[in-house]
Design a protein around this ligand. Structure first.
Ligand code: TXA
Ligand code: MG
Length: 318
């Protein structure tokens, strides 16, 4: 243990820690974030150390209101403004041209910056008390599933970060939708709770995710790193995928009926509940030494799109 990790329920107290240059995990409606003051370089460095995060993976900057976006981004396009008007605050990150003062440690040397304004009331109160915008990746060890409750943050980062602002289990449970607005037309970089249809209802020409070849040199650097993966092997099942059978101690998560013999199961009522519970279920399976987790593929509708993306990545170990 390098540092004592303080637990608090007070957004103001958590913000006071952050304003002193400390690392603070906080709840959002997508997943928990691990935040630092964007203007304090030593603090930004602490994030990469605590998570074991590669330094070429940029951080998302969190603001408490749309009006604060201009502090970190410049040349904001009309389409970006439309998306902000419709979806901020919420589970959306926009990639915009950065203001020159924003540290290249935060943006991993890119000329753009990812900006998000969360809707979660505790996150908003916390950000309101923070003196500057807050750089925050998901609050998990690099490569592990994102944390959707404060206990998962504690499991990964106790002794490595200064403070955890406790909140409830993240309502959505998957990371934000990311849209690159630094080029026209904007392009979806990462699927999330806000789907392509909803985005296109506001910006009809918005492009879908890049073709497979581009994933090897992705526009969003984080997409090339292993993500969302528990230690257990992930196998996709359901219509068009394999069946749920394997020799090791197995688990199952999905929407239909659990197979017989699975040691741990999680039957969800709909895709929203599936998303909400997925990452915590992965962690539970690791604690129970599960060898194979069978994940039933949901239909590609609504949040089912983002869920399929995360399941596919977890199955491929990337
Ligand atoms: O819901 C979320 O987005 C959560 C909460 C805490 O806000 N954050 C999150 O952060 O998932 P992280 O660091 O785990 O994922 C951020 C992703 C990475 O894939 C990163 O490469 C991408 O955003 N990203 C950040 N800045 C970018 C930029 N300027 N251009 C392209 N991609 C960027
Ligand atoms: Mg992450």
């Amino acid at each position: 243990m390098d540092v004592e990790t303080i637990l608090t329920d007070s957004p103001a107290e958590a913000a006071a820690h952050l304003n002193r240059g400390e690392t603070v995990a906080f709840p959002t409606e997508t997943v928990y974030g691990l935040g630092v003051d964007i203007t304090i370089e030593e603090a930004v460095r602490k994030i990469f150390l605590a998570k074991g995060r590669p330094s070429d993976n940029p951080l998302i900057v969190h603001v408490h209101a749309s009006e604060q976006v201009g502090e970190v981004a410049s040349g904001i396009s009309d389409t970006a403004r439309l998306l902000m008007q419709r979806f901020f605050p919420g589970p959306l990150t926009l990639v915009l041209c950065k203001q020159s003062w924003v540290s290249s440690l935060v943006t991993a040397g890119l000329s753009t910056v990812g900006v998000r304004c969360p809707e979660h009331p505790v996150a908003r109160e916390f950000l309101h008390h923070c003196r500057h915008p807050v750089a925050a990746p998901s609050a998990n060890l690099s490569g592990k599933p994102s944390s959707t409750d404060w206990k998962s943050v504690h499991e990964d980062l106790n002794g490595k970060i200064n403070c955890i602002l406790r909140g409830e289990h993240s309502a959505i449970g998957l990371e934000s939708t990311i849209v690159d607005c630094s080029t026209e037309p904007p392009r979806l970089l990462r699927a999330g709770a806000i789907g392509l249809d909803e985005l296109r209802a506001v910006v009809p020409g918005l492009l879908g995710p890049a073709a497979i070849e581009e994933h090897r040199r992705p526009k969003s650097p984080g997409l090339k790193y292993p993500h969302y993966a528990p230690s257990a092997e992930i196998r996709l099942c359901g219509e068009g995928y394999g069946t749920c059978s394997g020799g090791k101690k197995t688990a199952w998560i999905g929407l239909s009926h659990p197979p017989e013999g699975a040691a741990v199961t999680c039957r969800c009522g709909d895709a929203g509940e599936y998303a909400h519970r997925l990452f915590r279920f992965f962690r539970e399976c690791d604690r129970k030494n599960i060898g194979i987790i069978f994940c039933e593929m949901p239909a590609p509708e609504g949040i089912g799109q983002a869920l399929r993306d995360r399941l596919q990545r977890a199955a491929e170990g990337k």
